[in-house]
Design a binder for this molecule. Structure first.
Ligand SMILES: [Zn+2]
Length: 376
């Protein structure tokens, strides 16, 4: 793992601090927009600034935000932001939010990591398919036809549409009747091409005790079951047993956004991650690196521990629009920083190996143990 000096992430964070130091709503939203604009830039601010120290016009960046950028580029800190925090009496809340920004990458840093040839990790060009995304059948926008088209345009050999299951009403969870209709639409698409395969997956919700909102019979309907936590994400008590119960459910193949963290907002599930990862490795269940910029969950630091435990990985976009399929690149960047070999990442396998693993995850778990024994 290499240290990351990510100037756009630093500036984006400071602009968010400035937003939370505001009392007037329009100003708060303005600085939040500026933060989002900086985090989404393709280029580091250090390369955008001219030799004279001038900043080009960036959409969403007003004079107040430009001052923060200038200060940070010159000195590594922003007195403007610190003064605003001191005057706001919100320092403790802002410090708490700062602590929840660790190991998040800006878009510019993601692109730099993808280009960095000194890293041996997985390449964007070898990524074969995305295994978490949402369609109009739950809380996403696109139709399954639009998803298939956009995935083929990105050069994927396969993908899985993974709408929310019926227990998660807040995210438009799909009933089993709707799932049957969706399956028809997917099979119709697959009948039209040999070069791309859309799998019908489901993102099942992990309940308080680790149970899923799908019965074993319901889970069998789907070609891929992800399990993910969407509640109890701001608790300080240990939830190791909850995650282990979900991993040990025989239907589950991927533990998706394992913590449920959100940048600058919530830390997500507290757990003994070594135990969680060892259980996943023994079960042949992949742990996900969710590439949604607000999630980045697992991040490269925790993913390194999962790699040491012998885990398989899934690198997914968690897209809710076809444009957001590019979020898979965030996940690939974290995997490169963690040094995960492509062979350990299910999205880098050919379709037949993926399908074999879906039918018997223990096969890959055992293969890995055997390989390790041989190496010793
Ligand atoms: Zn989710």
């Amino acid at each position: 793992m290499m240290p990351v000096s990510d100037i756009n992430a630093v500036v984006g964070g400071l602009l968010r601090d400035l937003a939370f130091a505001q009392t007037a709503q329009p100003k708060m939203f303005g600085y939040k927009r500026a933060a989002a604009a900086v985090l989404a830039l393709d280029t580091p601010l250090t390369e955008l600034i001219t030799a004279e120290g001038a900043l080009p016009k960036i959409a969403g960046i007003g004079p107040g935000s430009a001052r923060v950028i200038q200060e940070t580029l010159e000195t590594g800190a922003s007195p403007t932001v610190e003064r605003a925090i001191d005057e706001s009496d919100r320092r403790s809340d802002i410090e708490r939010r700062r602590a929840l920004r660790a190991h998040f990458l800006s878009r510019a840093e993601v692109l730099r990591v993808l280009r960095d040839r000194s890293m041996s990790g997985p390449a964007l060009s070898d990524y074969a398919g995305d295994l978490q995304m949402h369609s109009e059948w739950s809380d996403g926008n696109p139709t399954v036809e639009e998803i298939a088209g956009a995935c083929q345009a990105r050069g994927y050999a396969y993908a899985a549409v993974t709408d929310h299951s019926h227990g998660l009403k807040i995210a438009g969870g799909m009933s089993m009747e709707e799932a049957a209709e969706q399956r028809h639409a997917i099979e119709h698409l697959n009948a039209m091409t040999d070069s791309f395969r859309l799998l019908q997956g489901i993102e099942a919700n992990i309940g308080a005790d680790g149970e899923l909102d799908l019965s074993p019979d319901e889970a069998r309907v789907f070609e891929l079951v992800l399990a993910a936590p969407h509640s109890r994400l701001r608790r300080s008590e240990d939830q190791t047993e909850r995650l282990i119960a979900a991993i040990q459910n025989p239907a589950v193949r991927i533990l998706a956004h394992p913590r449920g963290r959100i940048t600058g907002s919530r830390a997500g599930v507290v757990a003994d991650w070594d135990r969680v990862f060892t259980t996943a490795a023994d079960s042949g269940v992949a742990v996900e690196i969710d590439g949604d910029p607000a999630r980045q969950d697992l991040d490269y630091a925790l993913a390194s521990s999962a790699l040491a435990a012998g885990c398989l990985f899934a690198l997914d976009s968690d897209a809710h629009t076809t444009e957001q399929l590019s979020y898979a690149e965030t996940a690939i960047a974290h995997a490169r920083l963690a040094g995960i070999p492509a062979d350990r990442i299910v999205n880098y396998w050919p379709l037949d190996r993926l399908v074999d693993w879906l039918s018997d995850p223990h096969r890959e778990a055992r293969t890995f143990v055997q390989r390790q024994e041989r190496a010793w």
